[in-house]
Ligand binder design. Structure first.
Ligand SMILES: NC(=O)c1ccc[n+]([C@@H]2O[C@H](COP(=O)([O-])OP(=O)(O)OC[C@H]3O[C@@H](n4cnc5c(N)ncnc54)[C@H](OP(=O)(O)O)[C@@H]3O)[C@@H](O)[C@H]2O)c1
Length: 258
């Protein structure tokens, strides 16, 4: 089985240590309303973010593309990743889904394309969708492929059939939920862990009993005091321990102050 981790990072290609990783910190645009997304992405790019994480299901790919264009950065300077939604799983449907996303984003090639989540009840369709990703990779339409929200059993089933090891599994990782066994499995297979909700946003917007943003134990630590207001390097070190993180900072002001 061949891996392609060496293909998917052109930003850090001069830095041997990070050679096989996408940028460690990026902007996620989940729940980002389209009208706000253009300005948020533009502000993030101008602030120094170089990775944008979107998804077909977020319904803001057009605005992400527009924000990147307005930032004035060249396409080569931006690591752009999106996700195929489950309604587009299946070999032909997934190839078509790539065309839709690429057109909306206004690009010919994606840096990373993920399956948004497994569908265990019809896992064959998930496998067919991944096979389409492998085709897109070999055709040069994407620079790397991966998955999201795959648990160990899903990865086992995928790895048994795949010809390309996923470069990335994007999963929920934050102070309350580390998924250590899954992260160990990633390490064993050379899969990069990308953390979603890395600062624990889900504990806030899902109305959970404990919010990471006002947890006394977390707030007592020096690292967390520096987390609020958000500071990307501290977030990366504290919350995800150098794994890739995509905090969501939609509004231009927090992005500028980060
Ligand atoms: N693959 C997946 O299934 C999946 C699932 C979820 C997320 N993701 C990706 O991961 C990205 C980030 O995840 P996320 O949005 O769930 O969580 P997050 O980045 O951990 O947190 C973002 C949330 O925290 C709030 N927040 C930020 N700073 C705060 C502060 N100082 N005090 C209180 N609240 C604060 C934000 O509020 P405001 O909205 O007011 O800024 C936002 O609602 C998403 O944008 C998406 O790209 C992927």
């Amino acid at each position: 089985m061949r891996t392609h981790n060496d293909r998917h990072d052109r930003y850090t290609q001069d830095h041997a240590e990070q050679r096989r990783r996408p940028p460690s910190l990026g902007l996620g645009v989940f729940q980002s309303p389209p009208p706000e997304t253009v300005g948020a992405v533009e502000a993030a790019m101008k602030t120094g973010y170089r990775l944008i994480d979107t998804a077909a299901a977020y319904a803001n790919e057009r605005e992400v593309g527009e924000g990147i264009r307005r930032s004035g950065l060249s396409r080569d300077d931006v690591f752009l990743e999106t996700k195929i939604w489950i309604s587009d799983y299946g070999y032909d449907a997934t190839l078509h889904a790539f065309d839709k996303s690429a057109r909306k984003l206004g690009v010919d090639q994606l840096d990373l394309l993920l399956l948004h989540q497994p569908v265990p009840s019809v896992f064959d369709r998930t496998l067919e969708a991944y096979r389409a990703l492998e085709t897109l990779l070999s055709d040069g339409k994407v620079r790397a492929i991966g998955v999201s929200n795959f648990m160990p059993e899903h990865l086992d089933r995928l790895l048994a059939k795949a010809t390309v090891v996923p470069a990335v599994n994007q999963i929920e990782v934050h102070p309350y939920f580390q998924q250590a066994a899954l992260q160990r499995m990633h390490k064993a297979h050379g899969i990069v862990t990308q953390a979603w909700s890395p600062i624990g946003g889900i504990t806030s917007y899902r109305g959970m009993e404990k919010r990471s943003f006002d947890d006394p134990t977390l707030l007592a630590s020096n690292a967390t005091r520096r987390l609020l207001p958000l500071r990307p390097n501290e977030i990366r070190r504290f919350v995800v321990r150098s794994r890739c993180a995509r905090p969501q900072l939609r509004k231009p002001q927090p992005i500028r102050s980060a």
